[in-house]
Every structure is written in structure tokens, then in C-alpha cells.
Design a protein. Structure first.
Length: 158
């Protein structure tokens, strides 16, 4: 399957992907504010079209996944991209991978927990604080659930 690193060569494609699918590449979470299209990551591409991508930042002893997106769900693209992040962590001798999702994102919670990620913390009202910076964050999310909290998941890789 065609997974490649995000590079300056494909950066414009990445920017277009975020604009088309998210409206913006700005991500505000409890660990900081990120412009996802400027981050390191991997893309899954077919016929010169991005079907999925993952972005991350490396902290001293941890890889933090900032975004994971697949426009062709159920085909294993997200799993392949996360495996690539896990390989990267192992190559850099980093044992912890973390990420944050919101309380309404039951699909993400299911996806990550099936792949060995454990809930480490819940940040009540974190999304409300993020809305003070980015007012376009919706009030209601998946399945009509109010978006209020962040959930941090962690996986230890050997």
C-alpha cells in the first residue's frame, strides 16, 4: 500500500486535503495549537489522490498524534498509518504514543482502543476552552453528542 512521508514536495496536496475535508488545518487541543498541514506525518495515496493522512509531533519521550484522517473508512488506511507512526517511534527509541480525541468521537475511541491504546486522562471542558481561540469548533458532534471534553489515549510500544 502506498504510504509516504509528508514532504515539501507533497505539502500543497496536504494543505488541499485539510482545506477540503476539515475547512482548515488548525487544530487546538490541550497540548497546544497546531497547523496540521505544517507538521510531519505520513500520507496514504492512490492515483495521486490522498485518501488518508496522519500528522504528529515528537516531544522528548513521546510521539503525539495530532490528526488522523481517512476518507475511505473501513479499508485499513487508518490502521496502516498508525502502524507507520508506531514504526517511527520504535526507530527513534520512543516508547509512548499519545493522542487526544473528543468525547463525541465514539468511532475514534473504538478504533484506538481496538489497537491497544488506553484511556489515560479525561480533560473536562477542554473543548470549551479551545472554542475561546477557535470559535468554529461545533457545539454538537457525532450522534448529537455535545462536544465538551478531550480524552487522552496512550499506547506503549516496544
Amino acid at each position: 500500500m502506498p504510504i509516504t512521508k509528508i514532504t515539501e514536495k507533497n505539502r500543497l496536496q496536504v494543505i488541499d486535503f485539510f482545506e477540503e475535508n476539515w475547512g482548515s488545518s488548525e487544530m487546538i487541543i490541550s497540548s497546544g495549537t497546531y497547523v496540521c498541514s505544517e507538521l510531519d506525518g505520513f500520507i496514504f495515496e492512490e492515483k495521486n489522490r490522498i485518501l488518508g493522512l496522519v500528522t504528529y509531533v515528537i516531544h522528548k519521550h513521546e510521539v503525539e498524534v495530532i490528526s488522523l484522517d481517512s476518507i475511505a473508512e473501513g479499508k485499513g488506511i487508518g490502521s496502516l498509518l498508525m502502524k507507520e507512526v508506531e514504526k517511527l517511534a520504535q526507530q527513534k527509541a520512543i516508547s509512548t504514543i499519545s493522542l487526544v480525541t473528543t468525547n463525541d468521537n465514539l468511532n475514534a475511541l473504538r478504533f484506538y482502543q481496538k489497537r491497544g491504546y488506553k484511556i489515560e486522562a479525561v480533560f473536562p471542558n477542554a473543548v470549551e476552552k479551545a472554542r475561546e481561540i477557535k470559535c468554529t469548533i461545533p457545539m454538537i458532534g457525532n450522534d448529537g453528542i455535545p462536544i465538551t471534553d478531550e480524552i487522552r489515549l496512550v499506547k506503549i510500544v516496544s
